[in-house]
Design a protein around this ligand. Structure first.
Ligand code: ZN
Length: 211
């Protein structure tokens, strides 16, 4: 493991354990990546099928731009590696994080017919890079889920092009993706979006109960 990868892998493992403790990466779900080098592309990627609550830096893999493992024996990168690679290429991201929380799963279905969720008027929106006021309206696109990763990567590429200001998107009945210039920013974006989605979900529940 190169020095650059080592530090990044330690960071990814720490974020994985923290997100797992919040219930966002249960049952080996979710995945995390960060760019190690851009030319040629090398990314640190969480392995497939590993409990994220116990992820160790040594288990983090290095992949190339077609999601092949580079320079390590054993270990299989996440099935969703191609989606991470597409986000890095489309957004110039330095890190990509993907969570499977209960609230993001519920809302990705409830709002699927609208093609996305508009979030506006919340102070926490200011945690998203470039957002200066609670009056900001954030559109979180919802993309239909698929097991065909190459095709799903193309669909996500189209959604990212269509919604250039989006800080994240949802896969229907699946989970949330967000990213950042670096791991700290990506982690912050996931925390902000998870907070806002849970707030919307809980608000809807209260309103239904009142009615
Ligand atoms: Zn997933």
């Amino acid at each position: 493991m190169s020095d650059g990868l080592g530090e990044i892998a330690v960071g990814l493992a720490a974020v994985a354990r923290g997100f797992h403790a919040r219930g966002w990466l249960l049952g080996t779900s979710g995945n995390l990546s960060a760019v190690v080098q851009r030319e040629p592309l090398r990314m640190a990627m969480s392995p497939s099928g590993i409990d994220k609550g116990e992820l160790q830096a040594e288990q983090v893999l290095t992949i190339d731009e077609v999601a092949r493992v580079v320079g390590q024996d054993g270990g299989k990168p996440s099935d969703e590696s191609l989606l991470h690679i597409r986000i890095v290429k489309e957004r110039g991201a330095g890190a990509v994080l993907h969570t499977h929380s209960v609230w993001n799963t519920i809302l990705s279905d409830v709002f699927a017919a609208d093609g996305g969720i508009k979030i506006e008027g919340y102070e926490m929106l200011k945690g998203l890079q470039g957002v200066r006021t609670h009056e900001h309206a954030e559109w979180v696109p919802i993309v239909e889920n698929s097991q065909d990763m190459a095709s799903l990567a193309d669909t996500i590429g189209e959604a990212l092009n269509k919604h250039k200001d989006a800080h994240g998107f949802l896969l229907r009945r699946h989970g949330l993706y967000s990213w950042g210039d670096n791991l700290a920013q990506a982690k912050r974006h996931i925390e902000i979006l998870e907070f806002l989605l849970e707030t919307i979900g809980r608000t809807l529940r209260i309103c239904v109960q009142v009615i």
